[in-house]
Design a protein around this ligand. Sequence first.
Ligand SMILES: *Cc1c(COP(=O)(O)O)cnc(C)c1O
Length: 218
Amino acid sequence: MSGPAHRLAEIRERVQRAADSVGRDPATITLIAVSKTHSAEQIREFYDLGVRDFGENKLQEAEPKISALPTDICWHYIGHLQSNKVRRVLSVFQVVHVFENLRQRDAISSDFSPVRDVFIEVNVGKEAQKGGIAPENLASFHESLIECKRISFRGLMTIGPVQCDPEGMRPYYRELAQRNAELRGDWLSMGMSSDFDVAIQEGSTHIRVGTALFGARG
Ligand SMILES: *Cc1c(COP(=O)(O)O)cnc(C)c1O
């Protein structure tokens, strides 16, 4: 088996094992291949292996790749989102994971179409340098966000504090899942290369995997 096929098979096996361990159906978990810094050709390899969800974190870097690749890809925006880029991001990405302030909502005009799926990013670790809304402000922000009819709230997303041990993420992921249930989110975006197994056990529906699929970023 070649490199990408082998790595993808390994990831799918990890997803299956994590899902089995808590009695979940792996079909309810979307693997987002985080392709930031990697070329359209590298993305194409995973596309040819059946991957249809890709994640990017920079608009300028993503746009040429998006136009070079097949239109049945679902593109996920996972980077920092400046309010002056919101309209452009929503026009080229199908799913946006990083809503966290009202300037972003206000940048969406009432005639924008089509309606996009969005996650609210939560700073569960309350880290000063990280993006995401503080947990204590989540309820009121959620209420304001869902007033915007051009976006559809689907659930919460977090990156979380970097841990040496994936088990260290469990309390953060558990807290996010609980808050997601309170807001009736049907999707939940959490888990990266090193810890998506734990995230799946805690209820993640969207894992964002870069390094474990593409190798280290240059
Ligand atoms: C880069 C990135 C990932 C992927 O991280 P890996 O550790 O390479 O799997 C996931 N989520 C976000 C928000 C990222 O920026």
